[in-house]
Design a protein around this ligand. Structure first.
Ligand code: ZN
Length: 433
């Protein structure tokens, strides 16, 4: 293989990955796993396919450690979300390079990091990297939908393939200018998604005579309003405290956090606000299927996000108190997921911190809990892995990337891919080297 530079190598690999349509559903991630296997094996990295069904393969590759050292997993997913070509200025599966950026679905979430992970482990293998602990690469299926073909299934059915002490995943890495300081955020924890349904009962009847019926939709409206207006007591968890200590130099009271953060920068307030309490967002409602029939049942679905360590059983009394006692309803919890954290102090944190200050003098790494969740929780739950979301980005401003993820014209600067490869090689050398 003629290697010009890691920059050209990662850029070319990403374009080729984008050209493989892995829209989930249905996924078809095997084609991406095949491309990665071909690339990694050509560079002397041993690979293994693990697939619950043939068309949805996960690829795991590794450089074996000489024994005794900690293992590091470079984790990524190869599936992407739907792209409607009519909304895009380039075909979404073109992988076109324009003005130093690679365009296409998955460029940011997260085929860019897939390609950078692959180039990091391949280049280390070429250089004869001989770590003390295993350096592992996993490009998994089915992160966007989560039907059990990807990392969850690997942790359950092939734990030896993905067991690791440390992991680097997606989730953060944005460069923020807040006040006089420059910060790179690293996701060390994630909130839990814990949706629930409220079923309000009434009595049906003909809509021409509302007085004879008991309209479940009208009663549900009161509950929607109460839950939407509810503002739980703010509290400070360790990630927010660490973020504030770094950015403000002190930890203000929970009640004044949002105001203090906003005074530094609106983006700081946006980041911390959902991390102070559980959030409740009613998002779906269904009632009568006929215009002239008063519904006997109305269902409201609430997207609820809990802080790490909070659980539905402990939150339910609070929710019931908010809903009040004047409307009869049933409350049914859906499946919860996420809500895990890793310690703020670890050799992996030291690597993040050192990489940031070496690459941009004066800049600092800050931990954050993310409002959404990733596959990291499977590793934390199965193996107690210290997993962080960190893929540094400094060429593309965070407000731009936030608008492009899962949206039209998704693209990534080649400069950021190159920075990502540097980071992953640095992490491998310092954590399992
Ligand atoms: Zn993703």
């Amino acid at each position: 293989m003629a290697v010009t530079s890691l920059r050209a190598e990662v850029s070319d690999l990403l374009s080729r990955l984008i050209r493989i349509d892995t829209t989930n559903p249905p996924g078809n991630e095997t084609a991406a796993a095949e491309l990665l296997r071909e690339y990694l094996e050509a560079n002397g990295v041993e690979c293994e396919h693990y697939a619950r069904v043939p068309e949805r393969a996960n690829l795991v590759a590794r450089i074996r450690g000489s024994g005794g050292g900690p293992s590091l997993l470079l984790l990524s997913h190869t599936d992407v979300v739907l792209a409607d070509p009519r909304e895009w200025s380039v075909p979404p599966f073109s992988g076109e390079v324009r003005d130093g950026e690679i365009w296409g679905r998955g460029a940011l979430d997260m085929k860019g990091q897939v390609a950078a992970n692959a180039v990091a482990i391949a280049s280390l293998a070429r250089e004869g990297f001989a770590p003390a602990g295993d350096l592992i690469f996993a490009a998994t299926a089915d992160e966007e939908v989560g039907d059990g073909f990807g990392l969850q299934w690997l942790c359950e059915e092939h734990p030896d393939a993905v067991r690791c002490d440390f992991a680097v995943n997606e989730g953060a890495g944005e460069r923020l200018e807040l006040g006089d300081g420059v910060y790179y955020i690293c996701a060390t924890a994630e909130k839990m998604t814990a949706p629930f349904t409220i079923r309000v009962h009434g009595r049906s009847g003909h809509a021409s005579m509302p007085g004879i019926a008991d309209n479940a939709l009208v009663k549900a409206a009161r509950l929607v309003e109460r839950i939407a207006e509810y503002r739980p007591e703010p509290q400070l968890q360790q990630e927010v405290e660490a973020f504030l200590r770094t950015v403000l130099g002190e930890v203000p009271s929970a009640a004044s956090v949002v105001g203090r953060a906003r005074a530094v920068h609106p983006i700081a307030a946006e980041l911390v606000e959902p991390l102070l309490a559980p959030t409740f967002a009613p998002t779906m409602i269904s009632a009568s299927q006929k215009r002239n029939v008063i519904p006997a049942l109305c269902e409201i679905v609430v997207d609820c996000r809990l802080l790490p360590g909070q659980h539905p059983e402990r939150i339910e009394p609070m929710v019931r108190a908010v809903l009040g006692g004047d409307v009869e309803y049933d409350l049914v919890w859906g499946e919860s997921e996420g809500g895990t954290r890793s310690p703020l102090e670890s050799p992996l944190w030291d690597a993040v911190d050192a990489f940031v200050s070496e690459n941009e003098p004066g800049a600092r790494a800050v931990p954050i809990c993310t409002a959404g969740f990733t596959d990291s929780h499977w590793l934390r739950e199965a193996f107690g892995t210290v997993a962080y979301g960190f893929f540094p980005a400094r060429a593309m401003p965070p407000e731009v990337s936030a608008q492009l993820i899962h949206s039209a014209d998704e693209r990534v600067p080649v400069d950021d891919l190159e920075l990502g490869v540097d980071w992953l090689r640095y992490a491998a050398r310092t954590v399992c080297g």
